[in-house]
Design a protein around this ligand. Structure first.
Ligand SMILES: Nc1nc2c(c(=O)[nH]1)N[C@H]1C(S)=C(S)[C@@H](COP(=O)(O)OP(=O)(O)OC[C@H]3O[C@@H](n4cnc5c(=O)[nH]c(N)nc54)[C@H](O)[C@@H]3O)O[C@H]1N2
Ligand SMILES: Nc1nc2c(c(=O)[nH]1)N[C@H]1C(S)=C(S)[C@@H](COP(=O)(O)OP(=O)(O)OC[C@H]3O[C@@H](n4cnc5c(=O)[nH]c(N)nc54)[C@H](O)[C@@H]3O)O[C@H]1N2
Ligand code: SF4
Ligand SMILES: [Mo]
Length: 760
């Protein structure tokens, strides 16, 4: 038996795991008590990592479509097919004929994180999409405008704060997002144990809400109103801290929120004015406080304004950049705000300079809204999107009006997917490249270290040696990029590494400033690919050895010698150095956000018609872990939550089936009646609606796809983010009890690999 230590790649908590193996078998997965970040915590998904590794349905070979059917193929055959079809398409129809969609797991793999952008640059396409625009783009846009980069996000100092206000997040289930703090249950317990206060704003009484001192049920989509009224109260009642060094725009914010006193917004947000006023006073009076908003605040039509107001409150109460408030992490590698001249920069341009072809939607931080992807494919025109590359994404389940997107996938001339499974998205591909098990790759969290509540750095070597016949995600992306660029993967990798070294030596603030980039690359030794690049980033990062400048500094070898990670200490105040705004201040009143805040008036009179919100549960991971028996065991979780008052009015009893209909579609689901949800609100989890081949675990637990109801036309204009919550719906009883309904067939069934035809 062998014991390996390894960071979990499944969610943003990045727990350290102890994995016991026997030959090729995973015997157990436990929390690593010595891990510098997580101290032994793990959740049921981490435990299932062994099942994921051994899942017989994970793809083991490439698939290539022959005569309409996906059949197993060698890597040479798969690459040959791409080589034969992609470059001619680009040559014939231009660079924008190919779109790229990067899904969530890319950010959990340093190789994919590093080489995804290389693929996009090699393709030269403007048609860039990712899961970011069904997720956190509003927070990134607001943060970029205020602090200067889309990754400069202020993180709650959860271990020291005395007041945590959580809106639209359920960290006891999700384990945190844009908030890497493993063992959220323990950290929130500790907060209350030291006399701190936890307040949760959510239309549902979630696990986190139950653990809180106070739970406010809000009308979905209206957080920005609540937050604006709190800011107005701070100004009106003289609660804004008197000294705000490094902050500009306070007066403009005062004017922007002046027309939203608590009495004016109370009806629109469904929270009494007296409660809003009290909450503002409590926030201001707390010795330290942090306001945190996530999915429920981002995935609405006012996501950027809500995300901005979160940090407006943090700033006005003096909690921005102070211990116990919200702080900026300093990541060891690839940090967006650790290199270059400190204290000011170019900032960002919102709206971005490019426009989508059909709706003319602007790019945000270099991306188009994924809500526009279907129409960019299915709307006729010489310049339509004809090819798509998806990498670790399942947009057929995860993006709004996914029925339209699935139909559009069938209209592509060519589609390539890099994925671990054949699923609702990848079944439309012409070539599927199989991602190997995460346990066969090294792991470093480039992305999540930028959002961590404590600075740590951890490198995990592969638990099992990589199969030489199975390239990793990074290698496949590099190979795709090389095909697009007409070069070899090796040459491209060398060029990318040299460019990264050149950027480091060009930085006047770097200890390697002025050195020869080729000398740096040579000093990286025999590593190649993502690990060589990572070593470069670590060594030129804020704790790095600077290639000799600080002999005690970090290198990949230093991390490799520390299997439980290296603790780099609690977050520290970083203003003004962290800023990259043109003014060199926290720009509290970005003109585009102030202008967009005008739309909040539209929310004031809105009525309480039924609306749909989402939810997550502990044993899910967006759309893709339902093929593991431990993740689907027990009662059906893909049910429609309905408040008893609404259920009575609709004539629904627990276990009935209900039909939910929105502008774009209609689904049927079993009903769970619960007063954990606000009247007038119903909830379905996302990531279900499995249509994988018969005989798989996921196909036996299909559930319904909530994104058949979400509307691709409703987006947050500044970020392009989809509104996945507060969807107007009608609910009707089908008159059929769920129990008597025969098990539903997946929407599309078929044989195992080999019998899988294009479905449209
Ligand atoms: N209605 C509604 N919709 C939502 C949300 C919501 O709250 N409500 N949440 C949104 C959010 S926050 C997100 S992040 C998106 C996620 O959107 P996506 O990223 O599009 O979807 P996932 O379900 O995460 O799909 C991940 C895919 O990666 C594959 N995969 C897993 N591991 C690997 C690997 O190591 N390599 C490769 N190449 N592939 C791998 C899986 O098989 C799966 O196909 O969904 C969004 N959609
Ligand atoms: N177990 C599990 N963990 C996960 C994932 C998973 O699928 N399963 N996905 C991962 C991913 S990709 C992400 S991005 C994170 C997300 O992390 P979180 O944001 O913590 O995730 P959710 O559980 O979706 O919490 C969103 C909450 O917002 C509430 N809500 C909906 N609409 C509104 C609204 O208008 N206002 C307010 N105030 N609340 C609203 C919902 O009821 C829900 O409780 O989770 C990650 N972790
Ligand atoms: S909380 Fe997240 S990182 Fe930790 S074990 Fe669970 S899935 Fe893995
Ligand atoms: Mo996400």
């Amino acid at each position: 038996m062998t014991v390996a230590f390894r960071t979990c790649p499944l969610c943003e908590a990045t727990c350290g795991l102890t994995i016991t193996t026997d030959g090729p078998d995973v015997l157990s997965v436990r929390g690593d008590p010595d891990d510098v970040g997580s101290h032994g915590f793990l959740c049921p998904k981490g435990v299932a990592l062994g099942d994921l590794h051994h899942d017989p349905d994970r793809l083991t070979t490439p698939l290539v479509r022959r005569d309409g059917v996906l059949v197993p193929a060698t890597f040479d055959e798969a690459y040959a097919e791409i080589e034969a079809r992609l470059p001619p398409l680009l040559a014939g129809h231009g660079r924008n004929a190919v779109a790229v969609y990067l899904g969530n797991p890319n950010s959990h793999d340093h190789a994919a994180t590093l080489y995804g952008p290389v693929l996009i640059r090699a393709l030269g396409t403007d048609q860039r999409y990712s899961a970011s625009t069904v997720d956190q783009m509003p927070k990134q846009v607001a943060s970029a405008l205020m602090f200067g980069t889309g990754l400069s996000i202020a993180i709650p100092d959860v271990d020291h704060t005395q007041f945590l206000l959580v809106l639209g997040a359920n960290p006891l289930v999700s384990n945190g997002s844009l908030f890497t703090a493993p063992d959220m249950p323990g950290r929130l317990r500790a907060l209350r144990r030291r006399g701190g206060r936890l307040v949760v704003v959510d239309p549902r009484r979630t696990r986190t809400a139950r653990a809180a001192d106070e739970h406010l049920t809000i009308r979905p989509g209206a957080d920005a109103l609540l937050l604006a009224a709190m800011a107005q109260t701070l100004f009106a009642d003289g609660l804004v801290v008197s000294s705000l060094p490094h902050v500009s725009g306070v007066e403009e914010v005062r004017e922007a929120v002046a027309s939203f006193p608590p009495e004016v917004v109370a009806q629109g947000c469904g929270v009494p004015a007296s409660t809003i006023r009290r909450l503002a006073h409590e926030l201001a009076a707390a010795p330290s406080a942090a306001v945190y908003g996530r999915i429920g605040t981002c995935t609405t039509a006012h996501g950027t304004v809500a995300s901005w107001l979160v940090d407006v409150l943090n700033t006005l109460t003096g909690n921005l950049d102070r211990p116990g408030g919200v702080l900026f992490p300093a990541a060891a590698a690839g940090g967006a705000n650790t290199a270059g001249p400190h204290g000011s920069g170019r900032g960002v341009r919102i709206p971005g300079s490019r426009r989508t072809r059909v709706r003319g939607l602007p790019s945000a931080l270099g991306e188009f809204p994924v809500a526009a992807l279907a129409e960019e494919i299915d709307t006729p025109g010489a310049d339509r999107v004809r090819a798509l590359i998806t990498v670790a994404g399942n947009p057929a389940l995860s993006t709004p009006n996914s029925a339209r997107l699935e139909a559009a996938l069938g209209q592509l001339d060519f589609m390539v997917s890099v994925d671990a499974y054949l699923n609702e998205t990848t079944r439309h591909a012409d070539v599927v490249l199989p991602a190997p098990s995460p346990l066969t790759r090294g792991h470093y969290d480039i992305v999540f270290a930028q959002f961590a509540a404590r600075n740590v750095a951890r490198w995990s070597p592969p638990v099992f040696p990589a199969d030489p016949a199975r390239p990793g995600d990074g290698e496949m992306l590099l190979r795709l990029a090389a095909i697009a660029a007409g070069t070899t993967a090796e040459a491209l990798d060398d060029a990318v590494t040299l460019t990264a070294a050149a950027a480091a030596v060009a930085d006047p603030c770097s200890p390697v400033h002025g050195r020869d980039p080729a000398e740096l690359v040579a000093a990286l030794g025999s590593r190649r690919g993502a690990d060589r690049l990572l070593d470069l980033l670590l060594r030129t990062g804020p704790y790095g050895d600077g290639f000799g400048a600080d002999p005690d500094g970090l290198t990949l070898d230093v991390l490799a010698a520390a299997p439980h990670g290296v603790d780099l200490g609690p977050l520290q105040p970083r203003l003004p150095d962290v800023l990259r705004t043109p003014s060199g201040t926290v720009e509290l009143a970005p003109p585009v956000i102030i202008a967009d805040a005008e739309r909040l008036h539209d929310l004031l009179g809105a009525s309480d018609g039924p609306v749909l919100v989402g939810r997550r549960d502990l044993r899910s991971n967006n759309s893709w872990m339902h093929n593991l028996p431990a993740m689907v065991r027990g009662a059906d979780r893909c049910t429609l939550h309905v408040n008893p008052v609404d259920a009575a009015a609709l004539g629904l009893v627990d276990g009935d089936r209900a039909r939910v209909t929105s502008r774009v579609g209609s689904v049927e689901a079993p009903v769970t009646i619960t007063d954990d949800i606000r009247p007038g609100v119903v909830s379905l989890p996302h990531g279900w609606g499995h249509a994988t081949h018969a005989g798989t675990v996921a196909a036996a637990h299909p559930g319904v796809n909530s994104n058949l109801l979400t509307d691709e036309l409703v987006i947050d204009p500044l970020s392009g983010n989809a509104a996945l919550n507060a969807i107007p719906v009608t609910v009707t009883a089908t008159g059929e009890p769920a129990a008597s309904t025969p098990p539903r067939e997946p929407a599309v069934s078929g044989d195992r690999v080999g019998g899988f035809g294009r479905t449209t």
